[in-house]
Write a protein that binds this ligand. Structure first.
Ligand SMILES: Nc1nc2c(ncn2[C@@H]2O[C@H](COP(=O)(O)OP(=O)(O)OP(=O)(O)O)[C@@H](O)[C@H]2O)c(=O)[nH]1
Ligand SMILES: [Mg+2]
Length: 436
């Protein structure tokens, strides 16, 4: 259905044009043009497109028709012509959140090249990386939203069954719009079913009282690598790619003290994720909202690590997390193996962070301890190691009322050593019932 939007062969030799916007709501206060251009290059890299040139162009006010004003558009026409003489340019990536349909059309005509915005590019990456049914539907819904906004020029790209959907006197555009809405409703229903199942699973998890730790952060920071290293999960494949993970997936792990917890791997953030796109994934992020503890993984070796942090905190703010969730969030500085003098580069508010190397498994004990302390604080629960008689009622009571993580017989075999997590209140009940 969307074949004509498959950008594979158009995105082989790309020119990146970055508009440096200095006004109004879109003013870029969080990041530098360098970070934005680096992000754009990384996005293209993920799509295996070669960047033949990048240019940062200041934009004082957005022109409704051409995006850039007249003078700048003319300059850019000259630049495109020059670049075309040197390279086989196949497309332009205009690094703005979303172009209006008419702006895109005008620029495409002027430059005689297909023009893509950030939404279109990110969507393309999401399409390639979606694995589960939920992720695929979410991506498709986001595509439909995008198509709807670009309808005037993409309608012919839509494979419509006119006989079935068309009505007498309807224009191609109207038919297109209705077809999109029909498909949108269909997919939304499907997604609702899947999410209901997810909610049931979450409820079960909460009932089992196994603490959950959501691992989040900027894309490519090493979230998947870290969880894989902490849990020994073999099925996970970290990739040097943006948005390698599109689904929140839960992995069971153990802290060094032996207690069982669940890690949730999440979709990576970038600055200025198109809003509709983030919305399509907001249900996926519900697991983050409901987690007992948040781990913010940062690639501390990245030259723009501070700006990346600001972007992540900005996305988190939009999720309306409880204040305490943010206060208790643990910051993890990853990839310390890539920098020489980690300590001396720290800013003052970085001192509470835990520095690790996910690939070298460095400093995992400290991280584990921090997670344990964090969970105790956020859940109000404690980790207990109890010695109970073998064959008594205590064990089934603990299975019912607490979360049993581990169970081993004592040396003489007469009793059991049980590790479990429970609130202080539950522990007091246990003591008064069994006289511990
Ligand atoms: N040198 C070094 N490389 C690391 C470390 N942790 C992760 N990486 C590399 O960083 C790249 C990205 O790792 P991922 O674990 O896929 O990152 P992610 O945060 O899950 O990325 P997304 O799912 O795309 O958001 C991979 O090439 C990893 O091998 C580390 O501690 N040191
Ligand atoms: Mg990942």
């Amino acid at each position: 259905m969307y074949e004509k939007l498959n950008l594979d062969n158009q995105l082989t030799q790309v020119v990146i044009v970055h508009p440096n916007i200095k006004w109004g709501r879109n003013r870029d206060t969080l990041s530098t043009p360098q970070l934005r251009v680096a992000e754009a290059v990384a996005l293209m890299d993920t799509l295996k497109g070669k960047v033949v040139a990048t240019t940062v162009e200041s934009l004082k006010i957005e022109d409704k028709k051409t995006f850039f004003g007249k003078g700048k558009t003319g300059e850019l026409c000259n630049l495109m012509n020059k670049l075309k003489q040197k390279h086989q340019v196949t497309a332009v990536f205009l690094n703005t959140t979303q172009l209006q349909a008419n702006q895109r059309q005008t620029l495409q005509k002027l430059w005689s090249l297909p023009v893509y915005d950030r939404y279109g590019i990110v969507l393309q990456i999401f399409k390639r990386h979606a694995r589960t049914q939920e992720a695929k539907i979410q991506v498709e819904l986001a595509s439909l939203k995008y198509l709807r906004s670009q309808l005037s020029f993409t309608v012919e790209a839509y494979d419509l069954d006119r006989g079935h959907l068309g009505r007498a006197g309807e224009s191609g555009q109207e038919i297109g719009r209705r077809a999109l809405e029909y498909k949108y409703r269909q997919l939304s229903r499907k997604l609702k079913d899947i999410r209901q199942k997810r909610a049931t699973v979450r409820l079960k998890r909460q009932r089992n009282e196994i603490p959950t730790v959501a691992v989040l952060g900027y894309t490519n920071a090493g979230k998947t690598t870290l969880i894989k290293a902490l849990t020994g999960e073999k099925s996970m494949i970290p990739k040097d790619k943006l948005f390698a993970t599109l689904d929140t997936t839960v992995y069971s792990g153990q802290l060094i003290s032996g207690f069982q917890i669940l890690y949730i791997d999440t979709i990576g953030f970038i600055s200025d994720l198109p809003h509709d796109l983030l919305e399509s994934f907001s249900a996926t992020l519900e697991d983050v909202i409901n987690a007992d503890l948040l781990l913010h993984i940062r690639d501390i070796s990245h030259p723009e690590t501070e700006k990346q942090k600001a972007s992540v905190l900005n996305v988190l703010r939009d999720l309306y997390l409880p204040r305490t969730a943010l206060e208790n969030m643990i910051e993890v500085h990853n990839k310390i193996d890539l920098i020489e003098d980690y300590q001396s580069n720290l800013s003052t508010d970085d001192h509470n962070a835990v520095a690790v190397s996910a690939t070298k498994k460095e400093n995992f004990e400290l991280l584990s301890q921090n997670i344990e302390n964090g969970l105790m604080k956020t859940t109000g629960k404690q980790f207990y190691k109890l010695q109970i008689p073998n064959g008594g009622q205590q064990l089934s009571w603990l299975y019912r009322e607490a979360n049993v993580s581990d169970l081993v017989p004592s040396k003489n075999g007469k009793s059991l050593i049980v590790k479990c997590i429970m609130s202080n209140g539950v522990y007091r009940k246990f003591c008064s019932k069994f006289g511990q």
